[in-house]
Design a protein around this ligand. Sequence first.
Ligand code: KIV
Ligand code: ZN
Length: 512
Amino acid sequence: MSDQLIIFDTTLRDGEQSPGASMTRDEKVRIARALERMHVDVIEAGFPIASEGDFESVKAVADVIKDSTICGLARALDKDIDRAGEALKGANSARIHTFIATSPIHMKMKLRMAPDAVVEQAVAAVKRARRYTDNVEFSPEDAGRSELDFLCRVLEAVIDAGATTVNIPDTVGYNLPQQFGGLIGNLIERVPNSDKAVFSVHCHNDLGLAVANSLAAVQNGARQVECTINGLGERAGNASLEEVVMAVSTRQDVFDCSVDHLDRTQIVPCSRLVSSITGFNVQPNKAIVGANAFAHESGIHQDGVLKSRETYEIMRAEDVGWSANRMVLGKHSGRNAFRTRLQELGVSFASEEELNDAFVRFKELADKKHEIFDDDLQALVTEANLEAENERIKLVALRVCSETGEKPHAVVALNTDGEEQSGEADGGGPVDATFKAIESIVSSGTELQLYSVSNITSGTDSQGEVTVRLEQDGRIVNGQGADTDIVIASAKAYINALNRILAPVDRQHPQV
Ligand code: KIV
Ligand code: ZN
């Protein structure tokens, strides 16, 4: 019988470290529920010491998720570990993930610590984490550039101290597949007590090799892979969960472990949810979850697929959830059907009033759009959550005039801290005019870094989902908005980003 590969999802922690991808507590809970529906083994919910908000998010996820293990990240410091232990109190199954850097460059330049002191601190951290749970993971940060002998020494010591998982991160995405696979094989062979812990890998995608490196590690004995939905993560991201999972399940001829315990039909819905919440769109040609991943353009391919789909398809679209986006509701659907479908999608309402508000929005949408899909419902809930955030600026009204031969003109009314103001501007296009009209009121001093629109479902009556990324003094935020009118969706996204930039933050990054 082959082993089960442990899937450790870090979308809510490392994924959230992507600039602008920060998520609210409720958004994290929605994603965690989607991961639980997929039967992901471990969900890394955040870094509890980073801020009050991070602590509350990990706690909320730990309190509601019952089937997956919930993990909190902690540097190898008492205060971090105690905070993680506190946040995870309500979990059915809790894991503390503690780490310290082990590469010569990180020890010398970042930690300014001697190797002996690093080993000592790693051991102390694992022992402290064991006070809270017997499920403790240790990572030697930047293992991909650490010296093999030293890594062996650290790993042996932390396993002796009680680490049950040892995770080997290629923190800067420097390794090549053969080299990284070899490293894992070597470690398992050379660390004397390696049979007492699960070997895990955590690969970054700086050279586009995160998935390849993770798979090479699995072929050399790793039994846990750390990954994120859509490959979200710092810089070029982490190994993408959907690619790792589908590679292992599709190529069972070369892997001696399986991912059969995962409900792979949840992959596409989960991918859509993460991209709608974070505003990070999935490129059309992205493996498994990109819009073109199962589309056959060339006539020869189409002919082959029609005769026998195996000619050009190695996976079936429906097996990864491409047909899961069902038309569920319409104009005549009642409140009960609405509530039931949202419950099936893992969305619950704190009060009858919240349900009523969402139902009103649903009816408004159904008036404009006949068929309401799951993705529309998710966008509707995301919108409601965005508005529930501490909004200082609200859109009151927008009028845009766009005519051939004329400069587009926008007139906007905003409510800022209770005061209504209006502004107007011309622009290169209707969206440009709208943003300038908003700026004529708020003068935010932010710089627009990204503007993107995608359709939530197909058809010209689809809602447009807009992401706006703003930068101010080095701080980056993403704002989202959805509407069947893409200019209104754009205004909502811009205002959402402004509200986020106005919200105070004091958040620590785990790796600095
Ligand atoms: O990339 C990395 O090294 C990390 C560690 C905290 C595991 O994210
Ligand atoms: Zn990482």
